[in-house]
Design a protein around this ligand. Structure first.
Ligand code: ATP
Ligand code: MG
Length: 465
């Protein structure tokens, strides 16, 4: 059989894993700073979950879903996004009855869309995102943008563009829809098939069309800001005021609509491009929504939410492009059994060291000392432990600092302390598990942040004091 992966999917291999962990760790830590708890709805939902919430006019529902009948004849869908499943889970489990409002949830995991694979676009990709549900507040809307911007800042991104817009409430959108229908009706013959359907189902979607010719036509369309009610305008201005207060740089883009039907009020996206100028599309998108809880039979009086989702592959592509280098998982010590008879003792010693918190590996069959050292180097080991028969008989071992090449014999009873000394010397004073690239002069990029106590703790929490 040909070992081919499904079109549009990709393997996350050893060298990529640290980047996924990096994004996930920072995202989780930022979530806990903002008081969000982890939620993980299943990958599979009944198809209705997405049709009614993501929206019949959205590209996702119209052509991107992996939908099939299970063996019991039920139509199920691999989640194309998380919001619908998260809200469904909140209602199924009546979380609003047992928890304080707003319910603040974050998630991380794969989503599936049948799209044409290209740069930054896959059929299975990972999304990290948040939903804050059950309260209606400009603070909460602004907080979603702040969360996104802070998480990206801590990840170390530079030069990103934040775009915001307001879609207004139902009344504003109805007036705007009518204006758009009017504008496009005599131009639609010249536009793509999808836009024909969009004009019927939801003319706002036309503004999201990716066909260049259609985008040109749409440039002349009326913008939504002129149709916002006074109330909607005031709400948007409040959000912008809070963002200004927090020094968030953004641009108001009146042509920004989002691909999902449930948005109303604030919408936002963050964009980035590579150093070669390749547009990676939106790194994340989100906004405010009303009416999703009641779609699933949840309470109407608290039926508001705000959230965003970021595309983790796009983030990682840009992090690498911006020069973040994370090593493939390295080890502290490479244990070198000298001769067949020392293997069993080494096997036991490796276990003891691992349980004491050291990252240790060893060969599983005998080889020459030179090849052991090559392996140690490849694995990023800082210390070599050379276990000769005579030393072991003497309850000791040779410890070699691979950076300085200093070597000495150490009693096994002293080994843990010796390793502690050697390995902590090797660490920068404020070592952070996110790879350390953002440490400048031993400081972490987030050093100014309130969550550092006496300069010790990074939000990504892997500082060893
Ligand atoms: P786009 O306009 O690029 O198609 P979208 O509006 O469909 O994006 P959302 O549904 O808002 O995207 O999803 C949030 C984020 O998930 C996007 O900003 C993007 O970073 C990421 N994303 C969406 N689709 C894909 C995909 N097929 N492959 C990789 N990442 C994706
Ligand atoms: Mg899309």
């Amino acid at each position: 059989m040909n070992p081919i992966n499904v079109k549009g999917t990709h393997d996350i291999l050893f060298a990529d894993a640290p980047y996924y962990q990096y994004v996930r760790n920072i995202f989780s830590e930022v979530a806990s700073l903002y008081g969000y708890s982890y939620i993980e709805p299943p990958t599979l939902e009944y198809t209705d979950v997405f049709i009614h919430s993501t929206g019949e006019s959205s590209d996702i529902v119209r052509k991107e879903m992996y939908t099939f009948d299970d063996k019991g004849g039920r139509s199920v869908t691999m989640r194309p996004e998380f919001t619908a499943g998260v809200i469904r889970a909140m209602v199924s489990n009546k979380l609003y009855a047992t928890h304080d409002l707003p319910l603040k949830a974050y998630y991380f995991g794969p989503a599936y869309r049948y799209e044409r694979p290209q740069l930054g676009r896959y059929r299975q990709f990972i999304q990290a995102g948040i939903e804050a549900v059950g309260a209606d507040s400009a603070f909460l809307d602004a907080e979603a943008v702040l969360f996104a911007v802070s998480a990206l800042g801590i990840m170390g991104f530079k030069g990103l563009k934040v775009k915001v817009n307001s879609l207004g409430g139902k009344e504003s959108r109805a007036a705007y829809r009518a204006a758009l229908t009017d504008f496009f009706k005599d131009k639609i013959d010249d536009m793509c098939e999808d836009c024909h359907t969009r004009l019927e189902l939801n003319p706002l979607r036309i503004l999201d069309c990716k066909v260049p010719h259609d985008q040109e036509i749409a440039k002349g369309a009326p913008t939504l800001d002129k149709y916002l009610t006074e109330e909607d305008k005031a709400r948007f201005e409040k959000i912008l005021f809070y963002l200004n207060q927090m020094n968030v740089s953004y641009e108001v883009d009146t042509s920004l609509v989002r691909g999902l039907d449930y948005y109303g009020g604030l919408v936002f996206e963050v964009h980035g491009s590579t150093s070669k100028g390749e547009d990676l599309g939106a790194l994340l998108g989100g906004g405010h929504y009303d009416g999703l809880l009641s779609q699933f039979g949840g309470p109407e009086d608290i039926d508001h939410g705000v959230g965003f989702a970021m595309g983790v592959e796009r983030l990682i592509a840009l992090l690498k492009d911006q020069g973040l280098e994370l090593p493939e998982s390295d080890i502290d010590c490479y244990l070198m059994p000298m001769g067949e008879d020392t293997f069993e003792a080494c096997f036991v010693l490796a276990q003891d060291l691992r349980m004491a918190g050291f990252k240790v590996d060893m060969p599983y069959k005998a080889a020459k000392l030179g090849s052991y050292f090559k392996k140690a180097e490849k694995r990023g080991a800082k210390v070599a432990l050379i276990a000769g028969e005579n030393e072991l008989k003497n309850d000791s071992i040779q410890v070699k600092n691979l950076a300085t090449q200093e070597q000495r014999e150490v009693k096994l009873s002293e080994l843990l302390r010796t390793l502690d000394d050697l390995l902590s010397e090797d660490e920068p004073e404020h070592h952070c598990g996110c790879g350390g690239h953002h440490h400048e002069d031993g400081h972490c990029c987030c050093e100014d942040d309130h969550h550092h106590e006496e300069g010790q703790q990074c939000c990504c929490h892997h500082h060893e004091e």
